[in-house]
Write a new protein. Structure first.
Lengths: 214, 293
């Protein structure tokens, strides 16, 4: 297999990885906010339920969760399995939403009560206080932990190979196994490294942008 | 004219009784200073007046409107109603609580802009706007309504712009009054404590509350910065603003207040003109407290 052919195959694998990455982010970032509201709810049953779910999801391997989402419905109820992309996406979204929810919760709880009260005495609604005052301050505070999670997600997508989802690592490993050449694995590593480099630059730009106030 | 009447106000936190039967009234344009040691219930009183805490019993009447009455206090009110009540009062906090992500101007206009948006929206798109059409005309009227949407939206945008501009002008006028015109674009972290507190005062003023409350407005400031804040409060008195000032600045209370309340242990221990309270206190506790300053 020529270098060009390897490149082409890996690029295709990276495309799949990228798709899973982007979809997971787009769905889990807002879902995480909703989950964080649940875990901060004043209604105790909802709070306990949400925190229980977060505990299970964060306390078990993501790889196991992918397997369960993919094979579980078929084994338990005899329904036809989801396609690999959907199954991987569901597992990733749930998993990352739970991690993000804890970051949001930390950020939201770090905003002083005074900010809420200042909004209240100015006649703002709860929604206005959250969206016009609190959220923006939260975003600034959680940027660093969020960027951590996002970079981890790029690499975690490789776990989807457990259900034969043809992402970057799986494709490069297949080449290694079939043609007996080792470099595609390192080559794949370069893809992750470069992409994460771009993300790091992007995040530091966002952080600089948010630096206009303290 | 009596602007505020508080009767038999009580408030407990669990078993701790913080306000024990507070009653007082205020005239329009009056400045009332509340003094007392920490833990005497001064701050809680302000928080109850601003509906940040619910009183357990009593009555709060502002300009003839009963805002709070213990006979109805079991009924949980909607957010909408509580917000309306809050707007009768303004509150300036001890530690400012400016919004760090907004500049001075935006800190001042944010709340009034949001209120304006709500008002314009209700005027243009409110439910009662569309009278019920007869069944035969329904389709026609739906069509008419739909086709009027772009025009309506344009009107909405135009009216909103007008309101925002008015709010901006008002904010600039207030900033001019408190001498911060050159800080319009500054963010809170770029301002000194005294300047931040003046912006906080401007922010509260922008909503034109009936009564402006100050919760120890200079306690978080360096001594050399208290002067500028006290001067602003004094100026406001000149404009006839009705104010309640919780303070530890006895000299200021004596000079600016029309009346002084000394609170002790959740009760009004003594109330009167500054001369009465500071020079001829009747209660022994007042005497002891004054002697410390």
């Amino acid at each position: 297999m020529t270098f060009l052919q390897v490149s082409e195959a890996l690029l295709k694998g990276f495309g799949t990885t990228l798709l899973l990455f982007i979809l997971t982010l787009v769905l889990s970032l807002p879902l995480g906010l909703i989950v964080s509201f649940g875990s901060m709810s004043k209604f105790k049953p909802l709070r306990l339920l949400t925190r229980g779910v977060v505990w299970v999801v964060r306390g078990t391997p993501l790889m196991l969760q992918i397997i369960i989402v993919f094979y579980g419905p078929g084994l338990l109820f005899g329904v036809s399995a989801l396609d690999r992309m959907t199954a991987a996406l569901i597992a990733f979204v749930i998993n990352y939403a739970c991690y993000f929810s804890e970051i949001y919760r930390g950020g939201i709880e770090s905003i002083s009560k005074g900010q809420y009260e200042a909004g209240q005495v100015l006649g703002m609604t709860k929604g206005q206080i959250f969206f016009k005052i609190v959220l923006f301050q939260v975003v600034k505070r959680i940027m660093a932990p969020i960027s951590n999670e996002v970079i981890t997600l790029v690499k975690d997508t490789a776990l989807a190979r457990i259900i034969a989802f043809s992402e970057l690592i799986m494709i490069s490993y297949n080449i290694v196994a079939r043609y007996g050449i080792l470099y595609p694995l390192f080559y794949a590593g370069v893809f992750y490294l470069v992409f994460n480099g771009i993300l790091t630059l992007l995040f530091s730009r966002i952080e600089t942008k948010l630096d206009y106030y303290r | 004219m009596t602007i505020l009447e508080v009767t038999n106000l009580k408030k407990s936190f669990d078993t701790l009784e913080v306000l024990k039967d507070i009653s007082f009234s205020m005239q329009e344009s009056e400045v009332l200073a509340i003094i007392g040691s920490s833990g005497s219930g001064k701050t809680t009183l302000l928080r109850v007046l601003n509906f940040l805490e619910d009183a357990d019993s009593g009555q709060i009447v502002v300009a003839g409107n009963t805002l709070y009455d213990c006979n109805n206090c079991a009924i949980k009110e909607s957010e909408q109603e509580v917000r309306k009540k809050r707007l009768h009062f303004g509150l300036v906090f001890q530690s400012f609580h400016l919004f760090p992500q907004y500049n001075t101007l935006r800190n001042i206009t944010l709340a009034s802009d949001l209120l304006a948006k709500e008002r314009v929206r209700n005027n243009l798109f409110g439910k009662n706007k569309h009278t019920k059409a007869p069944v035969g005309n329904k389709l026609k009227s739906t069509f008419a309504r739909l086709s009027s949407v772009p025009a309506l939206f344009k009107k909405y945008k135009a009216e909103l712009a007008k309101e925002y501009e008015a709010n901006r002008k008002k904010a600039l006028a207030i900033l001019d009054r408190i001498g911060l015109t050159d800080k319009v674009d500054a963010y809170p972290f770029q301002l000194s404590g005294g300047q931040q507190q003046r912006v906080a005062i401007a922010r509260a003023l922008a909503l034109e509350p009936d009564i402006l409350c100050f919760d120890e407005p200079t306690s978080a400031l360096d001594p050399e910065l208290t002067g500028e804040v006290l001067r602003v409060i004094k100026d406001l008195k000149g404009f006839g603003t009705t104010m309640i000032v919780v303070t530890h600045e006895m000299g200021f209370a004596r000079e600016v207040a029309d009346r002084v309340i000394f609170m002790h242990d959740g009760k009004i221990e003594e109330m009167g003109t500054p001369t009465q309270v500071f020079d001829n206190p009747k209660s022994l506790k007042t005497k002891q407290f004054i002697a410390k300053y």
